[in-house]
Write a protein that binds this ligand. Structure first.
Ligand code: THG
Length: 274
């Protein structure tokens, strides 16, 4: 499983305080170097950076975060912004030796599609396709599935290889409706069957928004989605139990030959005390 570390996100609060946002405003380099390193060492493949709460200062903030993160760790970056100007300034300073960038995300909204696609092509980026269009985010899973399908068609028509596309069915908080979890699993299932070779990704932590004991819901949702073939997850890689569950699930799902990764992690002590 491809792990996208979600912790560098200005909307994230720690004990109710917007400490991430404040650290960006303070340009606290060590804070973000440490956050990037902690996630990388815990097994994050990509480091997600999101400065979305800064609105007018977002392009400068995302550019600065790009430099700090790429100097701290040898991991590619997931550029998490709906703002093409922020994407442009961050990609312009991105060190491609860290690996191909992951653009998070493109949608079927006309303006966003037109402004984002050139960067996907220019930087040969991998891209997250979010299932929304000019009508906004649809509650109805059948509608989200059809937006996702049309995005896959549009991207491949534009020359983006299927292997570079990560479709995101959108994760709704389970508090907003009892069926949102099963709906998301169903979209993943259908996409994997209809488009062999395409990948799916999800911002798993959204599922638990507003609920008690969030980690449990995130852990359970990750395992369930893995069972449907989820290829990548935007999660907190510093949740050791979650990471252990991912290794266990992949072994059980035939995604880990001879359970080698599972056994190696165990030998390294990754599961100690769990
Ligand atoms: N899809 C895509 N990108 C995304 C999302 C998605 N990017 C943003 C978001 N959703 C994924 N990132 C987060 C980051 C933090 C949290 C949720 C999603 C979160 N954090 C807790 C909080 O703020 O209270 C803190 C959790 C903790 O660290 O303890 O909820 O869906 N493509």
């Amino acid at each position: 499983m491809l792990i996208v570390g979600e912790r560098i996100n200005t909307s994230r609060k720690v004990k109710g305080e917007p400490v991430i946002e404040q650290a960006v405003i303070n340009r606290d380099e060590k804070f973000f170097a440490d956050l990037a390193r902690a996630q990388f060492e815990a097994g994050a493949t990509y480091i997600d950076i999101n400065a979305g709460t800064l609105t007018s200062g977002e392009p400068e903030a995302l550019e600065w975060l790009t430099q700090v993160v790429q100097d701290a760790v040898d991991a590619p970056i997931c550029f998490d912004t709906p703002n093409p100007m922020a994407l442009e300034s961050a990609l312009a300073v991105y060190n491609t030796q860290r690996g191909r960038p992951l653009i998070n995300s493109i949608t079927a909204e006309t303006l966003r599609w037109d402004a984002t696609l050139p960067f996907v092509v220019q930087y040969k980026a991998k891209v997250i396709a979010l299932a929304m269009d000019d009508t906004g985010i649809q509650q109805d899973p059948a509608k989200r599935l059809s937006v996702a399908q049309s995005l896959i068609e549009k991207l491949t028509d534009a020359g983006v290889p299927l292997d570079d596309i990560y479709v995101d069915p959108l994760t709704f908080p389970i508090g907003t409706g009892s069926d949102v979890g099963i709906a998301m699993l169903d979209i993943i299932d259908k996409l994997m069957t209809q488009y062999p070779g395409v990948h799916t990704i999800a911002g798993i932590s959204n599922i638990s928004h507003g609920m008690p004991a969030r980690k449990l819901l995130n852990q359970a949702m990750t395992v369930l989605a893995l069972g449907k073939g989820l290829a990548a997850a935007i999660i907190d890689p510093n949740d050791r139990y979650l990471m252990a569950l991912i290794f266990a699930s992949e072994a059980l799902l035939g995604r880990d030959e001879y359970s080698m990764n599972y056994i190696t992690k165990s030998r390294e002590g990754a599961f100690e005390g769990l």
